[in-house]
Write a protein that binds this ligand. Structure first.
Ligand SMILES: Nc1ncnc2c1ncn2[C@@H]1O[C@H](COP(=O)(O)OP(=O)(O)OP(=O)(O)O)[C@@H](O)[C@H]1O
Length: 269
């Protein structure tokens, strides 16, 4: 997908010829894709393919060794304005000695917002994730799923145009995971935010996304950019029972397994 239209270019994330090497170890090679405003894109690939490295390059936490990333028309160097990040490990990203409200408001304080604005944004973000009324609690008084909701609220408090998530649901039980998946889908629909999600879970990748990007090979390239034409709103049971869901799931799985088998064969030679 390419963009000739400047409005679209200003709204979107544009990745051009991105590559990354750690010393002599080339991990990513020549990745090019665009994500439009409001799109939900999952990134999958075999373990060690470079998914986290890619997210770090997209969020400005790591400088690509080739190519470039632009967000809303600006070249990314450092985490861009309008982009928030949610990591897997909520227990390490929340401050246990601070209340929920203070945890959510902390980055806003660092950004220089006054108390009234901070408080309004914190209330709004907590309501968005279903935690209105939990402002005075501490993270250790909340379940793992609720703590991850706090981390998501903190990302939303910035009014971001995009949220980038690295395995955000990997540390919670299956039931909570489904609830958090639907929460993030609801937030995307309600606020129109672009979401980029790295996951190991192929069902999750297909269920949530408008597109699934598959990384494969060593170094990893973009093996597929699959459009997910499943009806909306998605439903944990009905969507996963659709034949198209099974087809997409199978397609992603065979790309990932094919890549793993090719690597094993190369290693054995
Ligand atoms: N800071 C680093 N220094 C050197 N090598 C690194 C560094 N970070 C990652 N790597 C290597 O780069 C490759 C890709 O790692 P990365 O974590 O991006 O993959 P991934 O697809 O996210 O993996 P996983 O699915 O297991 O989380 C791996 O071989 C890893 O060992």
């Amino acid at each position: 997908m390419t963009t000739n239209n400047s409005t679209s270019a200003n709204q979107s994330l544009l990745v051009e010829g991105l590559g990354h090497s750690y010393g002599d170890h080339q991990v990513l090679r020549d990745l090019s894709f665009e994500v439009e405003a409001g799109q939900f894109v999952s990134v999958v690939g075999p373990s060690g393919a470079g998914k986290s490295t890619l997210l770090q390059c997209l969020t400005g936490l790591r400088k690509p060794t080739a190519g470039q990333v632009s967000f809303r028309g600006q070249k990314v160097s450092g985490t861009p304005r309008g982009m928030s990040i949610v990591f897997q490990d909520y227990s390490r990203s929340l401050m246990p000695w601070m209340s929920v409200a203070d945890n959510v408001g902390l980055p806003l304080k660092s950004a220089g917002l006054n108390k009234t604005d901070r408080s309004a944004r914190v209330q709004r973000a907590l309501a968005e994730v279903g935690l209105a009324g939990s402002e005075a609690k501490y993270p250790w008084q909340l379940s793992g799923g609720m703590q991850q909701r706090v981390a998501i609220a903190r990302a939303l408090a910035f009014d971001p145009a995009a949220i980038v998530m690295d395995e955000p649901f990997a540390s919670v039980d299956a039931q909570t995971r489904s609830e958090l998946e639907d929460l993030v889908l609801g937030v995307r629909d309600h606020l129109g935010i672009m979401v980029l999600l790295v996951t190991h879970d192929i069902d999750e990748a297909v269920y949530l996304a408008d597109r699934v990007l598959v990384l494969a090979g060593r170094p990893a390239t973009l093996a597929a950019d699959l459009k997910v034409d499943l009806p909306v709103p998605r439903h944990q049971v009905r969507t996963k029972a659709l034949p198209l869901f099974g087809e997409l799931r199978g397609e992603v799985l065979s790309l990932i397994q094919g890549s793993g088998a090719a690597q094993a064969a190369a290693a054995a030679r």
